[in-house]
Write a protein that binds this ligand. Structure first.
Ligand code: PLP
Length: 377
């Protein structure tokens, strides 16, 4: 079976984990957390990066920092992972879902203003497949209506929009290092903070509501409980695993792009014949080959293709069931406007195996199998 995903293991992870253990520092904010955080800051150009236990937790932290509370509304696409909504719903806010653009599967920036009410507090763009949302327009709307922008850049490390790293354009950016992402620590994430004035409070909330970070820097002589918070620090063991990968992120990224580009070339004929659609990357967007998806005619064709690929030992999978159709989505959210594309396009989308080290031979086998399904070999 060709797996859909194989969690990245690049080689030095276990050496670094051993080092963390031998350093007798395996709790949060040790050497490897420090290395990863500084690397993220340098690579993305953000003011401050903080490792967290997940992207979901980074988003929760952002929701607390922006003071989202009961009765507030937060605008996001319905075509996203549950965490995008959960982080805000947990604070008592309502998720206001808007339709997506069929070309990128990202929030349609032209539908956002219509969803704004006097309760709206934030816009949450989700950069699907590591391809950026139309951030200039989104930031302009946010500025005009005085809204926060929290980027769900879970899939977006190493991607950019007009030269700016995803996750650094809005007030906050949330990254994921879950094992399904391009770089991983098993479970983990990071919060990117644009504005220096928000750093201190983020440190406090992340550290159980204490000023312990200040204490460690010698800025206070005792640490104490200063506000409500939680515990969002990952163990340095996990950070050690991640560091091995960040260290050679450019090489990993290049290799993933090779996989992506070969898929694209191999399947271009099917697109030209109008049988499938391939991903679209708008001008000004640099992507990170997080995902390779195709879109087929409809749900029935997708089900048949998944079956066919499975019979040929290829694991291909669909993606999000639109949140507004889920039980919790109905309870905690509402869809603003018409669902022209969210449901229809999500039913057409099929993700192909994608991981570091998926070699040429396998990709050609996969694409040939798809061509056979369409009677094109
Ligand atoms: C993976 C993912 C998340 C959640 O990341 P975790 O680190 O598992 O919490 C959130 N949003 C999107 C778009 C994702 O792809």
């Amino acid at each position: 079976m060709i797996d859909f995903n194989i969690p990245l293991f690049i080689g030095r992870e276990l050496d670094y984990i051993r080092e963390a253990v031998e350093n007798k520092k395996i709790c949060g904010d040790g050497k490897f957390t420090e290395l990863c955080s500084r690397w993220l800051e340098k690579k993305t150009g953000t003011n401050r990066a903080m490792l967290t236990t997940s992207c979901t937790h980074a988003t929760e932290l952002a929701a607390m920092l922006t003071g989202i509370r009961e009765g507030d509304e937060v605008i996001m696409p319905s075509f996203t992972f549950v965490s995008t909504a959960d982080a805000f719903v947990l604070r008592g806010a309502k998720a206001v879902f808007t339709d997506i653009r069929p070309d990128t599967m990202n929030i349609d920036e032209n539908l956002i203003e219509d969803a704004i009410t006097e309760r709206t507090k934030a816009i949450i763009p989700v950069h699907y497949a590591g391809v950026s949302c139309e951030m200039d327009k989104i930031m302009e709307i946010a500025k005009k209506h005085n809204l926060f922008v929290i980027e769900d850049a879970a899939q977006g490390l190493m991607s950019s929009y007009k030269g700016r790293a995803l996750g650094t354009i809005g007030d906050y950016g949330c990254l994921s290092f879950h094992e399904t992402k391009n770089y991983t620590m098993g479970e983990g994430g990071a919060l990117l903070i644009k504005d220096e004035k928000n750093i201190e409070r983020a440190e406090i909330i992340r550290e159980k509501g204490t000023n312990r970070s200040k204490f460690f820097r010698g800025q206070v002589d005792k640490y104490t409980w200063v506000e409500s918070g939680s515990s969002y620090l990952p163990s340095d063991i996990n950070a050690a695993y991640l560091w091995a990968q960040l260290e050679c992120a450019d090489e990993i990224n290049k290799e993933r792009l090779n996989v992506w580009n070969l898929y694209y070339r191999q399947l271009k004929d099917l697109e030209n014949e109008g049988l499938i659609s391939l991903p679209y990357v708008p001008k000004g967007c640099v992507h990170n080959a997080h995902m390779f998806y195709i879109k087929v005619k409809n749900l029935d064709e997708r089900t048949a293709l998944i079956d066919y690929l499975k019979k040929n030992n290829i694991q291909a999978v669909f993606h999000y069931l639109p949140l507004h159709s889920s039980p919790a989505g109905k309870k905690y959210g509402r869809f603003n406007g018409e669902d022209n594309f969210t449901t229809r396009e999500s039913e057409r989308l099929l993700r192909l195996p994608m991981y570091y080290g998926l070699g040429e031979e396998k990709i050609i086998y996969i694409t040939d199998t798809i061509k056979k399904f369409y009677g094109k070999v």
